[in-house]
Each structure stands twice: as structure tokens, then as C-alpha cells.
Ligand binder design. Sequence first.
Ligand SMILES: C[S@@+](CC[C@H](N)C(=O)[O-])C[C@H]1O[C@@H](n2cnc3c(N)ncnc32)[C@H](O)[C@@H]1O
Length: 291
Amino acid sequence: MSAPDSAKIQKFRERLHEEWTGDRTVAAWRKWHAQIAAFTRGATEAILEAAHLRTGMAVLDLASGVGDPALSIAAEVAPSGRVTATDLGPGMMSLAEELTRKRGITNIEFREASAESLPFPDESYDILTCRFGVMFFPDLRKALRECFRVLKPGGRAAFVAWGRKEQPFFTTTAGIVLKHVPVPPPPPDPDGPSMFMFGERDRLRRALEAAGFGNVHEEDRIVAGRWASSVEEYWEQFKEVAAPFRPLIEQLTPEKMAQAQAEIFAALKKFWNGKELDMPLEIVIGTGTRP
Ligand SMILES: C[S@@+](CC[C@H](N)C(=O)[O-])C[C@H]1O[C@@H](n2cnc3c(N)ncnc32)[C@H](O)[C@@H]1O
């Protein structure tokens, strides 16, 4: 894998800001946050376990979005531990702050921060966590070096990312849209960020080792993704929330959308157990420590 050039990285950054900090994305995550939290509970449990949290620890959660898993981490390290939750922009975190107040959580603070240049001194944290964020970092090498820098010696980093693209989360939704769009997008840049990049075995492990982490471990895991209401509602949510796929979905004419939706509902119904959608989610867990 070669290093992407700086013009390319700048383009990745612009796309990232557009996708994740815009009003539409923030409004969608606000609207669906409770259902998303339930759907991704298995991934929250995986990162809580991988992080080896203990009371009293200082934790930095990167790309915290609307607060999963930062709020759960705050409970794990309470009362003497603290969490710094971060995200690219204030929009997503504004909901996390509201939830924090509602739940009476007092050991969490929020900071706007890009993973590529963290506004924290060297060796500040015992643990660094990042769920479903690492695959979006425009300059992955720089971001992982930053993660390493802010950890104390002996500190641990735990990442959870999506696994392979060939999994129901993709094949029942965006994978079907892709077959109906007039102009399929070019494949993702092999050196750039993309949602399923860490589905390539050992890629996360190699990236962590290159950043200086020791005791690096990468694991593929299947966790249950449960959606308690209808498959139609799940798709409604996916269309609004999955920012990187929105340009693709918006290419569909009303006729093509109707065809794609019929296929999507049929594909999703295969995971309907009579009560809820129960979809296996393939995730990758990467951990490492700062020697
Ligand atoms: C799919 S959401 C995940 C949010 C949350 N961690 C979760 O698991 O639900 C991706 C988040 O990553 C954030 N993000 C992406 N790239 C980032 C970067 N370079 N620095 C900080 N945050 C970033 C986005 O703003 C967005 O909130």
C-alpha cells in the first residue's frame, strides 16, 4: 500500500466533512439514535470488552458521533474515571451532550477534534476507543500516530470497524442500490478511507503496527444487529443515516427506487424472525498497546 498524496487526502477530508457534519446527517442521527444504539449494541459490547476498562481510567473516545459508546464507557470508569468524547463537528455531539445531561452523567466532556490532529498533550490517556470511525480517517497513518501519541506508556487502544462488504448490512441495502444506479461509482481508492476497508484481513493490524503499537491483535466477529420494528422502517433509517451511501441512493429515479426497494425489502425479510430484524453484523476489532 502506497502513501496517498496530500491533494488526495485533502479531497477525502472535504468529502468526510460534507458527509458527516452536514445538517441532514445530524438530523437523521438525532431522529434514529435510540434504534441505532439498539441495533449496534453488540458492537458496543465488543469495544467495551476490548478496551479493558477499569474504574478511574482516563479514556479518549474518537469519532463519538451521538455518544455510542462514549456514554457507556463513562459508566464503566465512573466515579473517578473520565471520558473525553470527540467528533469532527459539534452537530452529532450536541445530542450526546443532551443525553449526558438527561442521564445525569458527570464524568464526560466533549471536544471538537479531528483524529488527524488531536488537541491533547502527549501521554494523556489510559485508553483510546473508536467505534465505526477509523475507516473514515482521511490520513490513517497520521491519525493512528496521533492515537499513539496521546496514550500513556502502557495505554491501550481499541477500534471497532465494519468487516467485509459481503455481509447483509451492505448486500441487503446499498449493494442492491448499486445494481440499479445508472452510473456505478468507481471502486474506492485503495489507499483512501472506505467503509469496509478493514474487511481485508490484517489491514487494521498492519496499520496499528505501523503506528508503533505493540501487542497488536485483530479479530473478526459476528454480532447480532436487532431492529425491533419493520424492515421498511429499517430501510427508511438506512437511507437517511448512512451518509457515505446517500449520493448513490439519490441517483435512483422513482421507478428504479421502487424496483430496488422491492428487492431490498425481500432481502431484509430473510432476516426477519417474526418479531424483529435479526441481522448478523460482521465487525473487526483491533487492539494494541503503547509500549
Ligand atoms: C458512523 S459514525 C460513528 C459514530 C459513533 N462512534 C458510533 O459508533 O455510533 C462516524 C463518526 O465518525 C466521525 N469522524 C469521521 N472521521 C473523523 C475524523 N477524522 N476525526 C474525528 N471524527 C471523525 C464522524 O463525524 C461521525 O460522527
